[in-house]
Design a protein around this ligand. Structure first.
Ligand code: ZN
Length: 261
């Protein structure tokens, strides 16, 4: 079995997902044109809602294939109030939108020789090394967090540097901790992609700050060890600066079995 997803995120590029659907179709065409018969059956699949933009749930079609579809999702609505059940039924395919149809689409792993996904590289490494193709050896598990820091608003002109409880300065130190801790291990990456100074003003010491934190590694142990160190470090930084901090895990780990790219 081979395939990929046909939805993508905004600005995800024209090759994200679709390359992994169209290329296998071209391969089947080429094999057919050459009169080559494979010694096994070949399925090409296209996954809907892999990125989960419409119904705010990722891995939707792949979860159906894996037999892990959550029936409660059928009642979930998109931004226009259309339920997933209605959207599936509107596709016009017989039985679509019914749970039994989705359950019947599950594939027994015992019948699979393997699953291969062709995917455009989503980083700069092959480009930098001028290589046309790489083989994935690991798929990173990911953990996402939301961090909220509370300090104290105070006048920018009259509050001495040593008497401040600056939430943004605390956030800056925490972000640098994420960078240094994750930068010290080759297969580990950490990213703060969202950072807000809540009700910030140019002449007021920041009272509250929030930031997102995304930590990934191919090995679960490496990721969890980094998370433990970073969360402990965040609390130490907050305590030293007289800040209060709350770290919430907003996305549990998704395992390599559930994530294809
Ligand atoms: Zn993709």
């Amino acid at each position: 079995m081979t395939g990929s997803h046909f939805d993508t995120v905004r600005n995800g590029g024209r090759y994200d997902g679709r390359l992994g659907i169209l290329l296998p179709i071209a391969v089947v065409g080429a094999l057919n044109a050459a009169g080559i018969r494979l010694p096994y059956h070949l399925d090409v699949v296209g996954f809907a809602e892999e990125e989960g933009l419409r119904f705010k749930t990722s891995f939707l079609a792949s979860s159906v294939l894996a037999g892990h579809f959550d029936p409660a999702l059928l009642a979930r609505t998109d931004a226009d109030g259309v339920t997933m059940r209605e959207a599936l039924a509107a596709s016009g395919l017989p039985g679509n939108g019914e749970l039994a149809t989705l359950q019947a689409a599950a594939v027994d792993p015992a019948t699979l020789l393997g699953f291969v996904e062709v995917h455009i590289e989503q980083g700069p490494v092959l480009l930098d090394k001028d290589l046309p193709l790489g083989v994935v050896t690991q798929i990173a598990g990911s953990s996402r967090f939301q961090v909220r820091i509370e300090g104290q608003a105070s006048h920018a002109g009259t509050t001495p540097m040593g008497m401040r409880r600056d939430a943004a300065a605390g956030a800056a130190e925490m972000i640098l901790l994420v960078e240094s801790r994750c930068g010290a291990v080759p297969a580990l990456v950490g990213t703060v992609g969202q950072l807000q100074v809540l009700d910030g003003s140019s002449n007021v010491i920041p009272a509250a700050c929030t930031f997102s934190m995304d930590i990934r590694a191919g090995e679960d142990d490496i990721r969890e060890a980094a998370i433990a160190d970073i969360v402990a470090g965040i609390h130490q930084i907050a305590a030293r600066r007289g800040l209060s901090v709350q770290v919430d895990r907003v996305q549990p780990v998704y395992t390599p079995r559930a994530r294809a790219g």
